[in-house]
Write a protein that binds this ligand. Structure first.
Ligand code: NAD
Length: 730
C-alpha cells in the first residue's frame, strides 16, 4: 500500500493495486482545473502508465462540494495569444487521451457539479458512476461563455450518448442530473446517496473482477439516429436551427463543426475542436460573455456593494420571511424563499384574496414539483413552509417583510406605517415596487434606516436579477443583509439608488415608448419585434408590452414621468387601447391577437413593410444596426449613460449586467455600455444628432457622451474589465 500526497491530489495505491486519485484543490471551495492541477495530473498519469502493477484507476474528488467544476475561467480569460491557447488545449487533449488509452480500467466517481473540463475528464474514463441527489449535475457549459468544450468533449460525448443528446447538451450547455445522465448512458450507474458507501465499492469490485456493466439497450431509434445517414440528417437539421443565431453566437457553428468532425478518421476531430476553440476565444461574443461571467461573480460578492467600514460585521441571519400580498409577485417570492429553506408567512387583505393567493402558490409549487419530478412527500414539505392568511399578527416575528401590494404610493405608505407598529424592531421592511419612491415609504415608519427596495422581476423563479434599492436613509447593514438574502435565493443582486424606475425599468421604458410611437406612425408591430429579435433581445418590445399588460405598462410609464419628459403621446395611445379593452395577452388582444396564450397576427392597422422601413432610412454613420434597431436601441443607450453619470448604479459593468439579466439585452453585445464602446462615442453622437433632428429632443445626446467623444474615452478600458476589478475585491 502506498500513498503520495501532491499539492492538489492524493494518489493512493491499495493492496489490490487499485490506484485512487483524489482531487482536492487547496484554497478553492470547488475543484477547478488550473495549470498546476493539469501538471500534477500529468505526473500521476505517467506514473500509472509506467506501472506494471496497477490494475485499476479511480478518479474522485476529496471535496464534499463536488467532483470538478471545470476549467479556471480566470485562466481562460487571461490567455493572451493564439499560441498560448493552442498549447493549453493540446495539453488537456493529450492528457485526457492518455487517460483514455490507459491499458487498465478507469472509473470516475462523481458527486456534485461535474462540469466542463470535469466532465471531459470523466468522459475519458472507461466508466462513470454518479451520486443520485439534487446537487449532482453534469454539463458542458462552455457555450455560455461563447466557447466550445476544448478537451475532447465534442469528440467523446456524441459517441457516448448519441448525436441528438450530445447536440442538446453541447449547444445549450444544459445540466443533467444523475438520473437523466443514467438514462442517456452518460453514466453507468446513478447511485442512491443512502447506499453510496456500499454501492460504489461494489461497482469498483465488479470492474476489478472483469465484469462490465450491462451494455446499454440500443433501440432501433437510437441506431437509426446514429447511423451515417441519420447523423447527417440530424446535423443538417441542427445547422438549420442555428442558422439565424450563428452570426451573434459563432460557438454554435463551431460546436457543430467539431461534432461533425468527431466522426472522421484519426485525430482530425480533435484538431477541429482545438482550432474552433482557439478561434472562438478571440471573438467579441466570447469576450463579452466572459465579462458578463465576471460581472455576475462580482455582483455576488458582498464587498462589491458595501463600504469597507461595515465589512467586518457579518450580516444578521434572516430565517423567517414575511410578505404582504399574495398576488403574482408575492406568491412568486414566497415560493422561491420556501424552496430556499426559509419559513414564509404571507398576509392578504381578505379571505377570498388569501384563497386566491394560496391557489397561486400551490400552482407554482406543483409546476416545480412536476419539473423536478419530486415525490409528494417532498412537495408537501415545501407547501408546509408557506402560510397565507389575513391574520394581522402573522408577520410580527419575521426578520424581513417584503411588501408586494397594489402599486400605489398611498396604499404602500399605509402598509409600511402599519408594519412599523407591529413587526419586531430589528426586522427589515422592503418593498417590491417597480416605480414608486422607497424613501417616501420609509418616511411612514420610525425605522427609515431599515427600509429598502427589493425589486424582483416577473416571473420570479425565472428572472435572475434582483434590484436592491438603497433609499435616502437606508443604512449599510440593511443593504448588506438584503444582498446576502438575494444571494441565498440563488439570484444576482444589483444595488441601485432610489430614482424613478431604478435601473432596469428606467432604461427599458424609453425603448418601449419608442416602439409605441413607431406603431403610431404606422410601422408594422411584427416588423418592429422581428428587428429587435434580430438585434439579440429575447422578444420584441411590443410582445413584451403585451405580456406585461398594457394597463401595468401605462401605470409604470406614468410614474416615470420625470425621466420620460415627452411621454404623453405614448400614454394617450395606450389609453385608447385600454379604453377598447385591449390589455395585451391577458385580454387576448393588445398589439397582437392571442388564442390559447399563443400569439397571432398583429391587431394594429399598419402600413406596408417596405414603406415603413424606408421612412427611417437616413444618412447615418454605420453602427451595424438597421434603422429600426437604431431608433429603438439608442434610447436605451442614452438612458444607460445617464444612469452611469448620475450613479444610479455605480459602475459601468454593473449597468451592463443589470440590463442583460433584467431585460435580456443582447448578451453577445455585452450590454448597452459595451455597445456604446463598440459603436464609438463619436459615431453615436453623430447618429443621435440626426435622430434628434428627425424625431425630436428625446434623442438629444447626454452631456457625458459629448465629453466622451471629445476626449476619445470609453466605458471599458483594458484596466476596467470586470475580471480585473473582481481580482481587486476578492
Ligand atoms: P397583484 O395585483 O397581482 O397582487 C397584489 C396583491 O396584494 C393582491 O393579491 C391584493 O389582494 C393584495 N393586497 C392589496 N392590498 C393589500 C393589503 N393592504 N394587505 C395585504 N394584501 C394586499 O400585483 P403584483 O403584480 O403582484 O404586484 C405587486 C407589486 O410588485 C407592485 O408593487 C408591482 O409594481 C410590483 N411588481 C410587479 C411586477 C409584475 O410584473 N407583476 C414586476 C415587478 C414588480
Amino acid at each position: 500500500m502506498t500513498k503520495k500526497q501532491y499539492n492538489n491530489f492524493c494518489l493512493h495505491i491499495d493492496e489490490r493495486n487499485i490506484a485512487t486519485i483524489t482531487l482536492d484543490v487547496p484554497g478553492h471551495p470547488l475543484n477547478i482545473l488550473n495549470a498546476s492541477v493539469i501538471q500534477e495530473l500529468d505526473d500521476i498519469v505517467r506514473q500509472v502508465e509506467n506501472s506494471n502493477s496497477i490494475k485499476l484507476a479511480i478518479f474522485q474528488s476529496g471535496k464534499e462540494s463536488g467532483f470538478l467544476a471545470g476549467a479556471d475561467v480566470n485562466a481562460i480569460a487571461a490567455i493572451s495569444s493564439a499560441t498560448e491557447a493552442i498549447n493549453i488545449v493540446e495539453t488537456g487533449q493529450n492528457l485526457f487521451q492518455r487517460i483514455e488509452w490507459l491499458p487498465i480500467p478507469t472509473i470516475a466517481i462523481i458527486h456534485g457539479p461535474c462540469m466542463g473540463g470535469g466532465l471531459e475528464l470523466a468522459l475519458s474514463c472507461d466508466y462513470r458512476v454518479a451520486r443520485d441527489n439534487s446537487s449532482t449535475r453534469l454539463a458542458l457549459p462552455e457555450i455560455k461563455l461563447g466557447l466550445i468544450p476544448g478537451w475532447g468533449g465534442t469528440q467523446r460525448l456524441p459517441k457516448r450518448i448519441g448525436i441528438r443528446n450530445a447536440l442538446s447538451m453541447i449547444l445549450t450547455g444544459k445540466q443533467v442530473n444523475a438520473t437523466e445522465a443514467r438514462r442517456m448512458h452518460l453514466v453507468d450507474d446513478a447511485i442512491d446517496p443512502d447506499f453510496w458507501e456500499r454501492d460504489v465499492p461494489r461497482f469498483v469490485d465488479r470492474i476489478y473482477h472483469g465484469m462490465k456493466p450491462a451494455a446499454p439497450d440500443r433501440t432501433w431509434k437510437h441506431m437509426l439516429e446514429n447511423s451515417r445517414l441519420g447523423r447527417g440528417f440530424i446535423l443538417h437539421m441542427a445547422g438549420k436551427s442555428i442558422s439565424g443565431k450563428q452570426e451573434s453566437y459563432p460557438a454554435l457553428g463551431g460546436a457543430l463543426r467539431a461534432i461533425q468532425a468527431s466522426y472522421g478518421r484519426g485525430p482530425e476531430g480533435f484538431a477541429t475542436e482545438r482550432n474552433e476553440f482557439v478561434e472562438l476565444l478571440g471573438s467579441q461574443t466570447c469576450r463579452h460573455l466572459l465579462d458578463l461571467f465576471f460581472a455576475r461573480e462580482r455582483a455576488r460578492n458582498l464587498h462589491t456593494w458595501t463600504t469597507a467600514k461595515g465589512q467586518s460585521q457579518s450580516p444578521a441571519s434572516i430565517s423567517h420571511i414575511g410578505i404582504v400580498g399574495a398576488g403574482a409577485m408575492g406568491a412568486g417570492i414566497g415560493q422561491l424563499a420556501a424552496v430556499r429553506g426559509y419559513d414564509v408567512s404571507i398576509r392578504e387583505i381578505s379571505e377570498p384574496a388569501a384563497k386566491a393567493g394560496n391557489d397561486r402558490v400551490n400552482q407554482l409549487i406543483n409546476d416545480l414539483a412536476a419539473r423536478k419530478k419530486w415525490s409528494s412527500r417532498k412537495t408537501d414539505r415545501l407547501r408546509s413552509k408557506i402560510k397565507i392568511n389575513c391574520d394581522e399578527a402573522v408577520l410580527d416575528q419575521c426578520d424581513l417583510v417584503i411588501e408586494a401590494v397594489t402599486e400605489r404610493q398611498d396604499v404602500k405608505n399605509g402598509v409600511f406605517a402599519e408594519l412599523d407598529t407591529r413587526v419586531q424592531k430589528s426586522a427589515i421592511l422592503a418593498t417590491n415596487t417597480s416605480s414608486l419612491s422607497v424613501s417616501r415609504m420609509s418616511e411612514a415608519t420610525r425605522r427609515k434606516n431599515q427600509v429598502a427596495g427589493l425589486h424582483f422581476f416577473n416571473p420570479v423563479h425565472r428572472m435572475e436579477l434582483v434590484e436592491v434599492v438603497r433609499g435616502e436613509a437606508t443604512d449599510a447593514p440593511t443593504v448588506r443583509q438584503l444582498v446576502s438574502f438575494v444571494k441565498a435565493l440563488g439570484k444576482t443582486p444589483i444595488v441601485t439608488t432610489d430614482t424613478p424606475g431604478f435601473l432596469v425599468n428606467r432604461v427599458l421604458f424609453p425603448y418601449l415608448g419608442e416602439a409605441v410611437r413607431m406603431v403610431q406612425e404606422g410601422i408594422n408591430p411584427e416588423l418592429i419585434d422581428r428587428e429587435v429579435r434580430r438585434f439579440g433581445m429575447p422578444m420584441g418590445p411590443l410582445e413584451l408590452l403585451d405580456q406585461v399588460g398594457l394597463d401595468v405598462a401605462h401605470h409604470v410609464a406614468n410614474s416615470l414621468h420625470e425621466i420620460l419628459p415627452d411621454v404623453n403621446p405614448v400614454l394617450e395611445f395606450l389609453e385608447e387601447m385600454l379604453a377598447q379593452g385591449h390589455l395585451g395577452k391577458k385580454s387576448n388582444i393588445g398589439f397582437y391577437h392571442y388564442q390559447n396564450s399563443k400569439r397571432g397576427p398583429s391587431a394594429i392597422t399598419h402600413e406596408n413593410e417596405a414603406k415603413s422601413n424606408t421612412a427611417l432610412i437616413h444618412d447615418f454613420v454605420d453602427d451595424g444596426l438597421t434603422p429600426i434597431q437604431r431608433r429603438l436601441v439608442y434610447p436605451m443607450l442614452i438612458e444607460s449613460v445617464r444612469c452611469h453619470t448620475q450613479e444610479v448604479v455605480h459602475e459601468a459593468w454593473a449597468i451592463d449586467m443589470g440590463m442583460v439579466l433584467g431585460t435580456g439585452f443582447a448578451p453577445h453585445r455585452g450590454g448597452p455600455l459595451h455597445l456604446i464602446d463598440a459603436i464609438g462615442a463619436h459615431n453615436l453622437l453623430i447618429n443621435l444628432r440626426q435622430l434628434r433632428d428627425q424625431f425630436g429632443p428625446r434623442f438629444t445626446p447626454p452631456k457625458a457622451l459629448v465629453v466622451m467623444s471629445a476626449m476619445g474615452n470609453k466605458f471599458f478600458g483594458p484596466e476596467e474589465t470586470p475580471e480585473e476589478a473582481l481580482a481587486t475585491t476578492t
